[in-house]
Design a protein around this ligand. Sequence first.
Ligand code: C2E
Ligand code: MG
Ligand code: MG
Length: 630
Amino acid sequence: MLNIEVQLCGFVFDLILIFFISRHECVGLKSEKIFRQCLVIFTACVFLDISSIVAVEYAYALPAFVVEAVCKLYLVSLVTSTYFAFAYTYNTVFHLRENSTFKTAVLTMGIVGSVLILLTPIYYYNKDRTTYTYGPSVVITYIFSFIFILSTLITTFMYGKLMNMHRRKAIRSWMSIEIAAALVQLLAPYARLVGFGSALGLFILYSELENPEVYLDRVAGCFSFDTFAMYLRQEYEKFRNFSTIIICNDVDIKRSDEEQKRIIVEISEYLNSFGLAKLFRLSDNDFALVYDKGQQDMNGIESAVNLDVIRERFKSKWGEDSVLNTKFLLVPDGHIVSNAEEFIEVYERNRFKFEKGEDMRILDETAGQDIKEFREMVIEIRDALQTDRVEVFYQPIYSIETGKFVSAEALARIRGNDGKLIMPGRFIPVAEESGLIEAIGERVFSKTCKCIKENNLKMKGVDYVEVNLSVAQCENPTLSSTYDEIMRLEEVHPKEINLEITESSTLNQRHILLDNMQRLMNMGCGFSLDDFGTGESNLNYIVDMPVNIVKFDRSMVQEYFTNKRAEIVMRATVGMIKDLGLKIVAEGVETEEQVEGIKQLGIDYIQGYYYSKPLSKNDFIKFIETKNAS
Ligand code: C2E
Ligand code: MG
Ligand code: MG
């Protein structure tokens, strides 16, 4: 009887793996591709193993060259399979910086090995259930296979740190099984374990790493966000161009979990029907369809994925009864950025930047440029904080009642490495988005306190200094204790501080802001409402917020002098605010006529270029000493 049971098991094993894998769409990742190639080669190898035994068994009935050819092909497939094992491992480590000379050298070695196998003699032995081949051809096979297996193992040891632990372990187990099977077969030729061993090794790899399920999102069934990142990395590596449609869906917390899942599955199935595109689920309920740029027609309209059809579909219901407030981000050309991380950042930043009523935005080079500038600014801010390049400028505030500069506003600046000043308009929004604003705010506050104390501002007529607070700071429950600590450290009385808050739609935790305000007010700090009169602020806010000063924004002040209706509104507003017992600062006052106009309105303080631009600390001290002395 033929000694092929074990190999048959291995063969069936491989066929089952092929079956499972072929049921899944390929993401197109290199490692995935090589694994699939491995599977084909290894299956062919077991098949040839079985064929060679059959050929040897029936050698009497077959032409000699056929038997020899089958046996040698089996040996060649053995070397090829170990070559692929090495290629898989090498790709795992160096997929981002391939060395083509090295790859050619290894491939040449594989080819040389195969040619030598084909050219050298082979003999076979067949008695009872012991069938094996021997001779120079077999020795060469052992040598070359051993070199590839050893190289694979060495790679996992030398570059183990570049692989994740699971991959390292899975590859090592795979190779160990191969070696063990080969050794057993060498010592006991009737135990034909090599084919089965390799099938077992592949199975380990499959279950640990190459199971296509690992690329999938568990709920949606399409590819996951992680896979998206991997896929993008590869696309950028190959300089391939692609287009993306990102479908941004709101997450309604009122929806049940079940309904949420139903929607996700339904969307995923719908979008997956666009054959040529790959579908990924991003964060929350967002999806991305990625397709080759070549799939667009002359007008730039995607032919495989019809955006108009998709947009139309998203206007109707999903799940049980949900209409989603879907927005679309279109990236016609992936090369607006240069790598996967930037692409994801572009997505994450723009996802929340839709204007009211806007449902689609096309992202072009500007978005790519934005992200680059954003990243550069983040680095600049971090460095400025580290190297103490955050400076505070002070803009004097004039009291109409006393005719003196009774306060000032502390305004942040970054001193660039070239000595030039970077203005807050450029870095504050970036700091707010990146979370660095808290560090900046604290630095400005601490420097302001130092300035108050060191220069004894109170004695110079400056009763208090206004310091801006950002929304993120207001929402931080530790704000009051941090600021209390800073004031104690710098020995500044809270009465000498007025904190500026703004009304903002991004403020979600109003109760924390109120808590912070209450604690700071109990210590003695005052509060001003900044930016009054801009888009986001209204009178209701004054009613709700315990502020003692309202700061009219420059835009509102300018409008007062140019627009009759605005003038009427402003007069009424001033009246109401005064009735509430609050003080008013007019910002952005630039000319003498404006000063006169403001004085007649009944406003208390003026802050503007007419008196002074924001000044460096030293200039501010000189300014105050001169102006308040007279
Ligand atoms: P803001 O708090 O409303 O500050 C007033 C801004 O108006 C300052 O701009 C000031 O230079 C400018 N300004 C004052 N008078 C005039 C005038 O007569 N004409 C003109 N054209 N402009 C005038 P700056 O210093 O560029 O600051 C811009 C904004 O950046 C500030 O607006 C504030 O929202 C923010 N900011 C500045 N420093 C900080 C800070 O330390 N923390 C936070 N969170 N935000 C800050
Ligand atoms: Mg301000
Ligand atoms: Mg202001």
